[in-house]
Design a protein around this ligand. Structure first.
Ligand code: SAH
Length: 344
């Protein structure tokens, strides 16, 4: 039984409220308060005290996380929050300002099982999945903390969203509900390491949401060395699923490619990648590796990044180099970690 009110759709809240002998419209009021960011029943001034009490006595609560620590980057204003949920589970979320609006990167799991060798999030394994309401709580808490609007959400923090598909779906429905936060699905991006059956399902369920796929290699052999998931889902099969996705949704797929010095960043690698992606609706986002303590990989130097980019462009592939935000507070891609160890 879900006791976090943020987990519930308006319909479900109606059932809860009428189950307590109250009128339907009370559910709408409560739902409105939750979307406004109310973090406790006390704030719900137009909801009868008796109903607020009855909800609390039934064990319901508003599952916004508490902020354990907040770090603000000196270089670009990026903020990273370490959050804690009621059971002590901790995740991180990052707030970033761009010219096109404010963005939040949220976590979908506490830790991760995927085992990518360059990523910090997987170093402690997976402690548990987050629920859709907890993901919504990450956004609501950040909005009240910063006092700023959130215009974009990327599910690129800790965890593999397609290893927690049902809850990520719930989150997408909740945050896009016009009676709730009403964020456009087109302003949301989900990033996956490439779980093929879920890519197909996602194309059916959420064609409006942007999809990013972490590729990080120009072929299967190389991909298997850094991404264990590549042993389960082959490279060609993954590209085929992505191509089907673009044909079905007419949406451009973003391929993320972290450039690791001496591992996947040569001009030949770029050329092979371009040949693989030529002729379809894609975009490559190059991420100079963010170095992770405890991992031996080094980031590609500026000239390798530029050369890699040039090869892709010369072969007609759309490419951008991701601006690294928040690296002075370990808030950059792949640096989020479940256990906030002092040796981090
Ligand atoms: N599990 C999802 C989303 C989380 S990671 C996925 O794999 O896509 C978000 C992005 O950061 C992914 O592309 C991931 O591969 C990348 N990433 C992980 N570690 C990184 C690092 N050390 N430097 C740069 N990018 C990294």
């Amino acid at each position: 039984m879900r006791k976090n009110l943020l987990d519930h759709t308006e319909e479900e809240l109606i059932d809860i409220v009428t189950g307590l002998g109250e009128k339907k419209f009370r559910a709408r009021q409560i739902y409105g308060w939750l979307a406004k960011g109310a973090a406790s029943f006390d704030e719900m001034s137009n909801v009868p005290l008796s109903l607020r009490k009855a909800l609390a006595e039934d064990g319901y609560y508003i599952g916004q996380p508490e902020v354990v620590t907040e770090q603000i980057s000196k270089t670009d204003g990026t903020r990273k929050c370490l959050y804690e949920f009621r059971d002590g589970a901790r995740v991180e979320s990052v707030f970033m300002k761009y010219s096109y609006g404010n963005s939040i990167c949220i976590s979908s799991q506490v830790g991760c099982l995927m085992g990518c060798t360059f990523c910090a999030s997987t170093m402690d394994g997976k402690l548990r999945d987050l629920t859709g309401g907890e993901m919504l709580g990450e956004v609501l808490r950040m909005r009240s903390l910063t006092g700023e609007d959130i215009n974009h959400v990327v599910i690129m923090g800790m965890g593999e969203p397609f290893d927690n598909y049902e809850e990520v779906s719930r989150f997408l429905r909740l945050i896009s509900d016009p009676d709730g936060m009403g964020l456009s699905l087109r302003n949301i991006t989900v990033s996956t390491c490439g779980i093929i059956p879920m890519i197909r399902k996602f194309a059916e369920d959420f064609p409006q949401v942007n999809l990013a796929v972490s590729l990080h290699a120009p072929n299967g052999e190389m991909r298997k060395k850094t991404m264990p998931v590549a042993r389960k889902y082959g490279y060609e099969d993954l590209l085929n699923a992505c191509r089907e996705y673009t044909e079905k949704t007419h949406r451009r797929i973003t391929f993320e490619y972290a450039l690791i010095s001496g591992v996947n960043d040569s001009a030949e690698d770029a050329s092979e990648l371009a040949d693989r992606l030529k002729g379809w609706l894609t975009h490559v986002n190059l991420i100079p590796l963010n170095e992770v303590r405890g991992r031996e990989y080094r980031k590609s130097d500026g000239s390798s990044v530029a050369a890699f980019r040039k090869v892709l462009e010369s072969k007609g592939i759309a490419v951008t180099v991701r601006r690294t935000l928040g690296s002075d507070i370990d808030a950059a891609c792949g640096q989020l970690r479940a256990l906030n160890r002092s040796d981090k």
